[in-house]
Ligand binder design. Structure first.
Ligand code: GLP
Length: 245
């Protein structure tokens, strides 16, 4: 694992966007795995900026997102599809037909997950997967559990995740309780992984995930077994591991 120290959120975002854009430049038809949440927003802003300046071309890029709330339609401003459209897809020249987010409106969970696994497989594999980190160590919506889930599956969100995500909704009771998420095996199959993390409230999760036991109780800990992981974090997020990196 490579740890890249950033001064603050802005610095973290620029560094992560630089890594992503290098991939797009070197392999214009790359498949990028994308994430939602507040952590990657700054990186998306940089990518949009560089696209507008003429430095980046998304016309050959395919994207697959990690997860989506079950039951939220595309036009709900809290759906991850809406988020991706707002922060990236509508602002760059990516082909909408090559942007994939799990469909939260497919009521049959097994069918929704089967369809998404087939979509990810059909892309030929993710070249670089961007990840955030949940306060409880979740990645995508893979919550702490007794086992690592393999493929796309439907999860019941934990109380801690519902609380953490309530800030984006009018009230806690509006936060969906379930989501469809790529599984751990799918995430681990990405050739490269780029995780962005910032803020004091993630410091515990950073320590447990990258220096603790590899356990499904801390889903991100599995990344210790991936051969190409880069973690870009700010000082606050790295505060508990500063002397070890
Ligand atoms: C959400 C998302 C994750 C994200 C995490 C952290 O639950 N499903 O993909 O990494 O929370 O979010 P944030 O970056 O806002 O802290």
């Amino acid at each position: 694992m490579r740890f890249v120290k950033a001064r603050d959120y802005r610095d973290m975002s620029r560094k992560a966007a630089n890594i992503l854009s290098a991939h797009i430049i070197v392999k214009p038809d790359c498949v990028i795995g994308l994430a939602t949440g507040s952590s990657p927003i700054g990186a998306y802003e940089c990518l949009v900026d560089w696209y507008r300046k003429g430095d980046l071309d998304f016309s050959g890029v395919t994207s697959v997102n990690l997860d989506e709330y079950r039951g939220l339609p595309h036009d709900n401003d809290q759906s991850y599809y809406y988020f991706m459209n707002k922060h990236l897809f509508s602002k760059v020249n990516i082909d909408p037909a090559r942007t994939f987010v799990p469909d939260g409106m497919i009521a049959d969970a097994d069918e929704a997950c089967r369809q998404y696994d087939a979509i990810v497989r059909a892309t030929g594999g993710v070249d670089i997967q961007l990840l955030g980190l949940g306060r409880n160590g979740h990645i995508g919506f893979n919550e702490p559990d007794a086992v690592f889930a393999k493929g796309t599956h439907c999860v019941n969100l934990t109380e801690s995740t519902i609380e953490a995500n309530a800030r984006f909704f009018a009230s806690k009771s509006d936060v969906p309780t379930q989501a469809y998420t790529m599984g751990i095996q799918t995430i681990m199959k990405a050739k490269k992984i780029l995780l962005v993390v910032n803020g004091e409230d993630k410091a515990d999760a950073v320590e447990k995930s990258f220096f603790g036991d590899v356990t499904p109780l801390v889903p991100a800990s599995i990344l210790q077994l991936h051969q190409d992981v880069t973690i870009v974090g700010d000082e606050a997020a790295f505060s508990k591991i500063a002397d070890r990196i």
